[in-house]
Design a binder for this molecule. Structure first.
Ligand SMILES: Cc1cc2nc3c(=O)[nH]c(=O)nc-3n(C[C@H](O)[C@H](O)[C@H](O)COP(=O)(O)O)c2cc1C
Length: 203
């Protein structure tokens, strides 16, 4: 196992995949990594579904494509519509992966609000969304450690209701799709902003 910092820094978002399958045991290891993420009050209000059926993956991509086209047609500003059109490929490339993991969370009212009877914090599912994010990062790192490429994708959420229906996950919210497979590209590391601007210390 590589040093954890080295593993974190060398992980890349991979958007091109070969047809090679992902071993069942490796999918299970990724899902196991997800389930060991921290969650508020250890509620584990999440669900991770690995989609391997190519026709279901195609159906999901078609739903996202249709939602993107509809949205584009509704954008009045031509430049914005064209810029949005340029992005839509970034919403659908998951269809080239042999496995797509749907990461979901269970929407729940903020428990501090529930217990206190006050609206102290907006009911924004902050705990659920941040916890599922930790689980997604665990999966990405597990995939990377096993030699696979993967990508965290929120773009497909433009078709969240359709995807929830296709996957029969009614009652849950979709946080991301994560395509996983053997990488067909070696992306360069996108630059990070200087640490000095984004970190601080209070001593
Ligand atoms: C919340 C979130 C949503 C993202 N959604 C998409 C997406 O829909 N499509 C895509 O191509 N990349 C997506 N990405 C990947 C980012 O573009 C990528 O992490 C960033 O450019 C840094 O590159 P790296 O992951 O290789 O370090 C997403 C990343 C995050 C954290």
């Amino acid at each position: 196992m590589k040093d954890i910092i080295e593993l974190i820094k060398s992980r890349r978002s991979v958007r091109k995949f070969s047809n090679a399958p992902v071993a069942e045991a490796d999918i299970d290891r990724m899902l196991e990594a997800a389930l060991w993420a921290p969650s508020a009050s250890n509620r584990q209000s999440w669900k991770f579904v690995a989609v391997k059926n190519p026709s279901v993956i195609k159906e999901m991509a078609a739903a996202v494509r249709a939602a993107a086209e509809k949205l584009k047609s509704q954008i009045e500003d031509e430049d914005n519509a064209s810029a949005f059109g340029g992005y839509s490929g970034y919403f659908t490339f998951f269809e080239s992966a042999p496995v797509v993991i749907a990461a979901c969370f269970n929407p729940r009212p903020n428990f501090v609000n529930v217990l206190s009877g006050k609206n102290l914090r907006p009911d924004d599912n902050l705990e659920q969304t941040t916890a599922v994010g930790a689980a997604i990062q665990n999966m990405l790192l597990a995939a990377h450690a096993m030699g696979y490429g993967a990508c965290w994708m929120s773009g497909p959420l433009i078709a969240e209701p359709e995807l929830i229906k296709i996957l029969k996950l009614e009652g849950l919210r979709l946080a991301a799709l994560i395509p996983v497979g053997v990488a067909l590209e070696t992306p360069a590391a996108p630059k990070r902003k200087p640490a000095g601007n984004l970190t601080g210390k209070v001593e």
